[in-house]
Every structure is written in C-alpha cells, then in structure tokens.
Design a protein around this ligand. Structure first.
Ligand SMILES: [Mg+2]
Length: 177
C-alpha cells in the first residue's frame, strides 16, 4: 500500500523535513527506532496518508480493465511492527479511498513482509515498490511488477492483462521496511 497507493515517504518528509532514506536507516538500530518514534507521535499517520501521484488513475485503470473479466483486483499490505494501529488504519484508508474492493475477500494485511510471497500463484500479479518483495514473489511463482510510477505500472499491466491465463490481480503494499 505504501509507496504504491499511499505516500508514506512523502508524508514522513512533510512532518519531519527529513527523507525516509532506506540506506541511511537500514540495519542501524537506533536511527530506525527514532524514525518510528517520530511516526508514533502522529496517531493517525497511516489512516491519513495522502495518495501517491497518479495512483487514483492506476486504481481506475485496474477496476475498468478487470471489470467483466475473471481478473480480481486485491490489496496486500504488511502492517508496521512498530505501530500497532497500522493494520486497522490501513483498512480504514482502503475502505474510505478504494471502496470498490471487497474488504473481507480481497484485502490481505499481513504481519510481516516475508508472509506476502505465500499468496503467489502462477498468473497472479504483484505490484510493489520493494524490490525484495518482487523477487520473493517471482521466486514463489507469481508475476511481479516493481513500482516506479503509476504510468509505468499501467503500461506493464496492460501487457500482462492481455494474457488469458491470469485470474487474480494483486496490488500490494509494504509498511514494515
Ligand atoms: Mg511499499
């Protein structure tokens, strides 16, 4: 969800004036704790995230393209291990912003990033901004699209959706990175 539909990085920069730099934070225990501490002071951080640029168009494209077909759009997201309320707030965000999805059937909020690949199947497409998630998904037999921009994802989806064997389409998000 974050980095594909919801603009986690942009909101972090907006409230702190600092970039959420994965290289800077990765593996460094205390800076990582610091950044989550900052977010924890904003109790509705995940509920109130803004959209990524172009992401509404991407969702409309998916909805229109898959309508009257066997393709089923879905959402997958990893809750933050640091923010207990993140899972509930992600569902609130999705219900409010993407009400076309059936929450119970096609929204999967997993506890850890590593659990996502268990949903991979031949023909199932994952859109994610985290390279490791895409690599794990492909290794588990799915089709992965590494998010760079909404326009790029729409272009790649257009190609894949013409393939007759695909039956399930998942847009997936990641918070615990
Ligand atoms: Mg993500």
């Amino acid at each position: 969800m974050d980095g594909v539909l919801a603009d986690f990085d942009g909101e972090f920069t907006r409230i702190t004036g600092r970039k959420w730099d994965h290289n800077e934070w990765s593996g460094l225990r205390s800076p990582k704790e610091e950044k989550w501490e900052i977010i924890s002071k904003h109790p509705y951080f995940f509920r109130d995230l803004p959209w990524m640029r172009g992401a509404r168009s991407m969702v409309h494209f998916v909805a229109k393209t898959t309508d009257h077909t066997s393709y089923v759009p879905g959402i997958m997201s990893a809750a933050s291990n640091h923010i207990k309320a993140s899972a509930d707030q992600k569902r609130i965000w999705l219900n409010r912003e993407v009400p076309i999805l059936d929450d119970s059937k096609h929204v999967h909020i997993v506890a850890h990033r590593e659990e996502k690949a268990a949903f991979a199947r031949p023909g199932v497409i994952l859109v994610d901004d985290h390279k490791l998630n895409i690599e794990d998904w492909i290794a588990a037999g799915g089709i992965g699209i590494l998010f760079e921009s909404a326009v790029q994802v729409i272009d790649e989806l257009q190609t894949h959706l013409n393939a007759p064997e695909q039956q399930y389409l998942t847009a997936r998000f990641e918070a615990a990175i």
